[in-house]
Design a protein around this ligand. Sequence first.
Ligand SMILES: NC(=O)c1ccc[n+]([C@@H]2O[C@H](COP(=O)([O-])OP(=O)(O)OC[C@H]3O[C@@H](n4cnc5c(N)ncnc54)[C@H](OP(=O)(O)O)[C@@H]3O)[C@@H](O)[C@H]2O)c1
Length: 338
Amino acid sequence: MKSVAINGYGTIGKRVADAVNAQDDMKLIGISKTRPNFEAKTAVEKKGYDLYIGIPEREHLFKEAEIEISGNVEDMVQKADIVVDCTPGNIGPQNLEMYKEYGVKAIYQGGEDHNLTGLSFNSFSNYDSSYGADYSRVVSCNTTGLTRTLSTLDPLVDIVKVRAVMVRRGSDPAEIKKGPINAIVPNPPKVPSHHGPDVKTVLNGIDVTTMALLVPTTLMHQHNLMIEINNDITTDEVIDILEKRSRVLVVDASNGLGSTAELMEYAKELGRNRNDLYEIPVWRESINIVGNELYYMQAVHQESDVIPENIDAIRAMLKMEKNNEKSIDKTNKAMGIL
Ligand SMILES: NC(=O)c1ccc[n+]([C@@H]2O[C@H](COP(=O)([O-])OP(=O)(O)OC[C@H]3O[C@@H](n4cnc5c(N)ncnc54)[C@H](OP(=O)(O)O)[C@@H]3O)[C@@H](O)[C@H]2O)c1
């Protein structure tokens, strides 16, 4: 049984913690927080997680809030076989020094630069690259979404180049200080956005260029893909290969799933933990081949699509499973992923 620590218990960290807890081949040994807020309290009191503090000088604040602590982050790191670092982007480099000092492996998230680890991870496209690695990075929610469907299509479609326009949520649902509230913001206002180059860190050799916008919604991202192809395939074959792939869902707008709002309602109907939708939904009606171009539209639940990837990354880096599909199946079963 391998020991996993979660450094940073926010949007991503708390979900990875629950996902680790749901597996039978790994053990959650603790989570970290810097503020003694409701998440800290529920982690300890409702979930029974051991809580370590990220900023030791704040110990008195946790005591005042009557939240039991098990030590500071360094104590937690020393007990772990691997740390999943879910702190906000750019804190990674200082934490890497600590992980190195204690000889502990670490997985970073998409807010960190690829160069921090020199390795990036996606369960479908490059599981093997992180097998046994000390440090890797699960790519961002958008990059995971693009990579998941593109790598699914790869065996069928001779891809010449991919162009994608990504409509991104302005903030996560609980964030109250981010926007926009009433604007469409080219973000970045230059081409390409960083997403295309990021896909190339996990999907070798692909020609992909992306443009991105921010809009006033918190629910999901939405992607529009235009793919130049070089072989004779049918729309039905594309639908078939996407339907057969786990973690990808072909959904029907005509069945009441024509928007991100309805997709989130669907996740609630499924009774998922935190109402998460780990799969990448692709709208069936949008899948179309016109001449030598394949088009489709998909959505990404930014808070959750990367969670199963983190579990597979743990298995790869700790050499718990050599075969990516076996890890994917195991993770899917434990989390109820379709
Ligand atoms: N949110 C998304 O949609 C999303 C999707 C995919 C990937 N990511 C990536 O995942 C990573 C985490 O993002 P997030 O959205 O989960 O962030 P978040 O919700 O802001 O959570 C960050 C967590 O890190 C803790 N923290 C803050 N400063 C810290 C420090 N100096 N030392 C240790 N811990 C500290 C916070 O603790 P307190 O709460 O106690 O302050 C909080 O628990 C980022 O790289 C992000 O780019 C995010």
